[in-house]
Write a protein that binds this ligand. Structure first.
Ligand code: NCD
Length: 484
């Protein structure tokens, strides 16, 4: 088991990790993981996350190998990520912790390795261990996460810590959330929608920090993620507009006991939290960073002790096909328009969608097909019908049909009779077919990691896919299929 996304954890998983981390904090560490090796692979800058993983490993008796920044490694020679991480497993690593600037990098490492992988931050996507140590700090200071009023402040667009945190918070009861950011740096709308749906509440979005100061129990400040803005003058301009937008000072916090958190580092040029706030009793951020050691001890123990803390993510297995009754075994009406004695007939395609189905199937030139469009349909008024002579469609072809024409029914015809009729049901995982639209995803060709597309079917009706790597949700209207 790996820890790649906070989505793989339940509320109980999170609470038991917090208890385990509190236990580690109270008791002196035991070398339970002696002789085990942590590969600590930090492709991006880090102080706290790397150091606390390594400290945690050493306190549990482990050895640590790896790199802090790619300078001096063969990554600089252009080595693919999959090769680098495989080397560390070959050199004896029992577990990998990886930080990378590309979204989905940790998932790729987990896919190519047979040892556990911990995601220590993948681009703007997620930072699950940070969310866990944040929640540990809240429980330690306030006793519970339920019923709290929390403001997430700053760069909610590019900040990966807040992406994991909002997802984790959606598992708790009665959490009221304020999202404080300029419009250009607001939380991605799908994460807001997921939180609102899961909690049946509404978040409040505002650019004004002053408005929320007296309303909340926890103020979670973040740094503007300069390094994630687009390169060039446009990015520079965008950054300048928001740089220094929030700066929390003691004056603003008079008689305010809200816990002040920050994943750190704060930026010394603009200071999201002014230095004088550090002395306040409700400045939690140094303790929060320290808690990183104990949470990472709990995670290493959970992943390596054979008592994993999460049930492995498993999709319900569904049939790929739903049989429908064959009423009279003949497609009589259609015989007046065309004739298909043997082959596959795709019926009840919405009018004018037949051409899309043909396009996604991109059948060889010599495939004989029938395309009847705008036929009368008792179901939709008008429909398209496609027939393929002497041909059954492969599973991948049927998946393509289901993605563009989910309403269609498929008939297998033998000797002029319908032998099998049904609806196609998409499998839980769709490999190498739907393109992830996120350019920051590791499957995007520009990153040259040669990772095939992989989509998880999250919901059938309405259809929602989720990229296995960068976790971006994709609705039916946004689906782009690979050409070949
Ligand atoms: C954060 C990160 O790297 O995402 N830092 C951390 O892990 N504590 C936040 C940041 O860099 O601003």
């Amino acid at each position: 088991m790996s820890l790649i996304s906070i989505r793989s954890l339940s509320r109980d998983d999170i609470l038991s990790l917090i208890q385990a981390a509190l236990h580690q904090k109270k008791n002196s560490p035991q070398p339970i993981l002696k002789n085990k090796i942590l590969a600590s692979l930090f492709y991006e800058n880090s102080t706290r996350t790397r150091e606390s993983h390594e400290r945690a490993a050493k306190r549990l008796g482990m050895d640590v190998i790896g790199f802090a920044g790619t300078e001096g490694t063969s990554v600089k020679k252009g080595e693919p990520l999959a090769d680098t991480v495989r080397m560390y497993q070959a050199f004896g690593a029992d577990i990998v912790v990886i930080r990378h600037n590309i979204e989905g990098a940790a998932q790729l490492a987990a896919d190519v390795l047979s040892i556990p992988v911990i995601n220590a931050g993948d681009g703007s996507n997620g930072h699950p261990t940070q969310a866990l140590l944040d929640l540990l700090t809240i429980v330690e200071k306030r006793g519970s996460i339920d019923n709290l009023k929390i403001a997430l402040v700053g760069d909610l667009k590019y900040g990966r810590t807040v992406h994991s945190l909002i997802t984790a918070l959606s598992l708790f009861n009665n959490v009221q959330l304020w999202l404080v950011a300029p419009d250009t740096l607001q939380m991605p709308s799908h994460l807001v929608a997921e939180f609102e749906k899961a909690t049946n509440t509404q978040v409040t979005k505002t650019p004004h920090l002053a408005e929320v100061l007296t309303k909340v129990d926890v103020l979670y400040m973040t740094r503007i993620q300069r390094e994630r803005f687009p390169e060039g003058p446009e990015g520079e301009y965008e950054y300048r507009k928001v740089s220094g937008i929030y700066c929390l000072t003691t004056d603003m916090l008079k008689n305010n006991s809200a816990g002040i958190m920050h994943p750190l580092p704060r930026y010394k040029g603009m200071l999201e939290i002014s230095m004088d706030v550090d002395a306040l009793p409700n400045a939690w951020y140094i303790e929060q960073a320290k808690n990183g050691i104990f949470m990472r001890e709990a995670i290493l123990l959970g992943l390596l002790s054979g008592k994993p803390f999460a049930q492995t993510y498993s999709q319900p297995t569904e049939p790929l096909w739903k049989d429908m009754p064959i009423t009279n075994g003949q497609k009589r009406g259609e015989h007046m328009v065309y004739r298909l004695d043997n082959g596959t007939l795709i019926d009840h395609i919405h009018a004018n969608k037949g051409k899309d189905v043909l396009k996604v199937l991109s059948l060889q030139e010599d495939t004989q097909f029938i395309y009847a469009h705008n036929l009368r349909s008792s179901r939709y008024g008008k429909k398209d019908v496609l027939g393929f002579t002497n041909r059954e469609l492969t599973e991948q072809e049927l998946n393509k049909v289901a993605l563009v024409a989910p309403e269609a029914t498929v008939n297998i015809i033998k000797d002029q009779r319908v032998k099998k009729k049904g609806k196609i049901i998409l499998p839980p995982v769709i490999d190498n077919l739907v393109i992830c639209p996120n350019p920051r995803c590791i499957t995007s060709a520009q990153h040259q990691e040669h990772v095939p597309q992989k989509m998880l079917v999250e919901s059938h009706d309405p259809l929602v896919l989720r990229c296995h790597y960068c976790e971006m949700p994709i609705q039916r209207e946004e689906i782009m299929l690979k050409e070949k």
